[in-house]
Every structure is written in structure tokens, then in C-alpha cells.
Write a protein that binds this ligand. Structure first.
Ligand SMILES: Cc1cc2nc3c(=O)[nH]c(=O)nc-3n(C[C@H](O)[C@H](O)[C@H](O)COP(=O)(O)OP(=O)(O)OC[C@H]3O[C@@H](n4cnc5c(N)ncnc54)[C@H](O)[C@@H]3O)c2cc1C
Length: 341
């Protein structure tokens, strides 16, 4: 971290800030900046349902340790900081940990997962039964990551919006802003719509299914080892469960029969009672990603563009917002994610 303490940064704090895009990146930026005393206005082109945001489709897992299996150490570093910020700022976030299970045929993948990740405990049948009785002896062992959390994106975004307003910020929906036409400090969090600024952005499709059943109760996300995708089941309110998510290098918005079959089979493999569950939704979103799948904060004068949150938007948004705030207040630069023009 480099510090550039100078008068420019001091004077920045007096200026109004426009945040463009109210997905999870824009929401956390608006919140931390409003709380720090900036006059913040958050603009979102869609309505409060946020149907055009990748954030609308997300699982909402806050899992820096599980994600270490397939990600750079930067993700774990920023993710750990984000866990603390979620705990401080959003009491609705749940910290019940995550569970990773595997069938006997995927034993080698399971052991590899255990080797590549940290901060987990190995549980046997009885321990699993104690924390997730619904799993009912179906898995002989599991990895338990006690410090991880999860949020329900469609509930937590409105909660963050309320906090932004409580901190003095304003939010305008149905308000499409162009980053280049906006005066003052601009935080551009437009996700995949920011290809005019980042031509190397791509969308990585994630498909998900929401089902409802009163037969099963889970307290935390359960990940099932799968040869191609990290499949998981996340408990939601009202007896609902999100089954996710595929990761496909394509930018259409459909859900294929093959993906639906794989997601539903994964749920059935975790518990046969999912066979009787009611399907509530089948959908997909596009994760905004750079070629290295790492997030970027690009700074050009008063313009700061935050993007490429890929599979980790909920995990990384608080820490990225804190880095942006540190830059605006003190000129602090994080060399791993910040680029100055
Ligand atoms: C199926 C699926 C599961 C996922 N699960 C997880 C998970 O468990 N944990 C996790 O951390 N991440 C997860 N992700 C990833 C996460 O959803 C993304 O990383 C994150 O949503 C990206 O957030 P964002 O704010 O950058 O972009 P977005 O959420 O896409 O928000 C961008 C917003 O900008 C608005 N906008 C665009 N242009 C303009 C304009 N000109 N003016 C005003 N508004 C504009 C858009 O309408 C949109 O609302 C998942 C993603 C998918 C698809």
C-alpha cells in the first residue's frame, strides 16, 4: 500500500460524488463514501428490483477460504477484509460457515480442495449431523469453514440502500448516467455495461435454479464437489434454496437443459427430498470479468472505475469500496488492484 498524502486528496472530500450503477459494487461504494461524509448520489438505470444487475442473480456466498481453491491470493486477502466489513455494517449477513461435501467417486477432488484451502475443519458423520441434521448421515465426512458467511442478494441490496439513505446519500432509479458526461468525482460501477471504458471486459454466464421445500432445513451453504463447476445449495428465507451455479464462457441469457439437469441432480444428490421441491425460478446472470478474472480499480483523475468482480462481487465489494475511500481520503494506492492512468 502506497500513501500519497497531498492537498488534492484533501480537497476531493469536499466534492460531490456520483456513483453509477447500484449493483453490489456501487451500493458498497455509495455506503462507505456517504458514511465518510461525501455528498453521494447513486444512479441506477433500472428499477429497485435491480433485474439488470449481475448482483440480482448471485448466490451471495461470502467465502474467501473456499474460493482460494481456484482463485489468486488477492481474492482471499480482500475477501477476509470484506467479511469484517459485512459483520460491522450489515447485521442481516449470516455467519454460519460453509460446508463442503463429496460423493465417494469425487474423493480425489475433495482431498485436493482440502489441500488448496485454509481455515477449515474435517467433520465426521456425527459432527455433520449436529450442525446440519437434514443431511441425515448421507455424507461420511465434510469440510467445515466456520468463518464464512452468506447473504441473500435480493434482500440485502435494499437493506444497503436504506443504510445509504440513512447516511445522507441519495439514490435515483431509472436514471441512466454516462460516466464521461458527469462532472465531479465519478465512481463508475456499471458492471458489464462499462465496455466503453474496459474493452477487455467479458460476461461469464452463471445459471441458477431456486426451489422451495419444507422437507429440508439447511443453516449454511453446502458445496458439492463436481468435476466442472463449484455447485452449491444456499438456504434462503421462506423454505427456498438457490442451486448454483454454472460458469460458461458465453454471453446469452438462457439456461440450457443440460445445465438445469446438472443443477437439479446436484441438489438431488445432496438430499433426495429435493426431488419433490417446487421449482420457483430458473435464471442466469452474466458475471463481469477481466481476462485475469481479478477485480480492477482504474483511476483517471476524478474518474474511478471499479469492475471485473467476476464470481466474487459480494465477497469483494466492501473491501474494494474501502480501498477507493482510502484513495479519495489519503491518496492510498493498493498496487494489486489499483491502476492509475
Ligand atoms: C449465478 C451467479 C452466482 C453468483 N454467486 C456469487 C456468490 O455467491 N458470491 C459472490 O461474491 N459473487 C457471486 N456472483 C458474482 C456477482 O454477482 C458479481 O460479481 C457482482 O454482481 C458484480 O457486481 P457489479 O456491481 O460489478 O455489477 P452489476 O451487479 O451488474 O451492477 C451493475 C449495475 O450498473 C447498472 N448500470 C449499467 N449502466 C448504467 C448506467 N449508464 N447508468 C446507471 N446504471 C447503470 C446496471 O443496471 C446494474 O444494476 C454470482 C454471479 C452469478 C451470475
Amino acid at each position: 500500500m502506497v500513501q500519497q498524502d497531498n492537498a488534492t486528496h484533501h480537497s476531493m472530500q469536499q466534492q460531490p460524488v456520483t456513483v453509477i450503477g447500484a449493483g453490489i459494487a456501487g451500493a458498497w461504494h455509495a455506503l462507505l463514501l456517504a458514511e465518510a461524509g461525501f455528498a453521494v448520489k447513486l444512479h441506477e438505470r433500472s428499477g429497485p428490483a435491480m433485474a439488470q444487475a449481475a448482483s440480482h442473480w448471485a448466490g451471495g456466498m461470502l467465502a474467501p477460504y473456499c474460493e482460494a481453491e481456484g482463485s489468486e491470493p488477492t481474492i482471499t486477502r480482500l475477501g477476509e477484509r470484506s467479511l469484517a466489513l459485512w459483520r460491522e455494517q450489515v447485521p442481516e449477513a449470516r455467519f454460519q460457515g460453509s460446508l463442503v461435501v463429496a460423493h465417494a467417486r469425487d474423493r480425489a477432488d475433495y482431498e485436493r480442495f482440502a489441500r488448496m484451502t485454509i481455515n477449515h475443519r474435517r467433520l465426521g458423520v456425527e459432527d455433520i449431523d449436529e450442525i446440519e441434521p437434514s443431511l441425515d448421515g448421507r455424507f461420511r465426512e465434510a469440510l467445515f469453514f466456520p468463518d464464512e458467511g452468506h447473504v441473500e442478494p435480493r434482500r440485502v441490496l435494499p437493506q444497503i440502500f436504506d443504510r445509504i439513505r440513512a447516511a445522507g446519500g441519495a439514490i435515483e432509479f431509472h436514471s441512466e448516467q454516462q460516466a464521461k458526461d458527469t462532472p465531479g468525482i465519478v465512481i463508475d460501477c456499471r458492471g458489464l455495461a462499462a465496455r466503453d471504458t474496459f474493452p477487455d471486459l467479458r460476461g461469464v454466464k452463471g445459471e441458477e435454479i431456486i426451489v422451495e421445500t419444507g422437507e429440508i432445513e439447511l443453516s449454511r451453504p453446502v458445496r458439492l464437489m463436481h468435476p466442472r463447476w463449484p455447485l452449491y445449495i444456499i438456504p434462503r428465507e421462506d423454505n427456498r434454496f438457490m442451486i448454483g451455479a454454472t460458469s460458461i464462457e458465453r454471453e446469452d441469457s438462457g439456461v440450457s437443459v443440460r445445465s438445469a439437469l446438472e443443477l437439479l441432480s446436484a441438489a438431488y444428490a445432496v438430499h433426495p427430498a429435493f426431488a419433490e421441491a417446487r421449482i420457483v425460478e430458473i435464471g442466469s446472470g452474466l458475471r463481469p470479468a477481466f481476462p485475469d478474472n481479478l477485480p480492477r480499480i482504474a483511476i483517471e483523475g476524478q474518474r474511478i472505475a471499479v469492475n471485473g468482480l467476476y464470481r466474487h462481487g459480494f465477497l469483494l465489494a466492501p473491501a474494494l469500496a474501502e480501498l477507493t475511500l482510502g484513495y479519495l481520503q489519503r491518496g492510498a494506492i493498493d498496487n494489486e488492484v489499483m491502476q492509475c492512468a
